[in-house]
Design a protein around this ligand. Structure first.
Ligand code: ZN
Length: 70
């Protein structure tokens, strides 16, 4: 198991606390067999919107970056 923190360079740092370590989390709706992703801050727990497309980390990243950046 890799102990290194997995920094996703394509994700902007957290807009709330400034932490640069942002991870992807999977979200599986109840009764569903598809999953969606969202990005979340490992430090303060803030998370972005869940992806609109199924199984799309890119979509989650796009939404996170849009929310976090100006
Ligand atoms: Zn944060």
């Amino acid at each position: 198991m890799d102990a290194m923190q997995n920094r996703n360079a394509e994700l902007k740092k957290c807009p709330f606390c400034g932490n640069a370590i942002v991870e992807y989390g999977a979200y599986i709706p109840a009764g569903s067999n598809v999953q969606y992703f969202m990005c979340y801050c490992v430090l303060c727990g803030a998370h972005g919107p869940q992806s609109i497309k199924k199984n799309s980390k890119e979509d989650a990243a796009r939404l996170w970056n849009r929310r976090g950046g100006h």
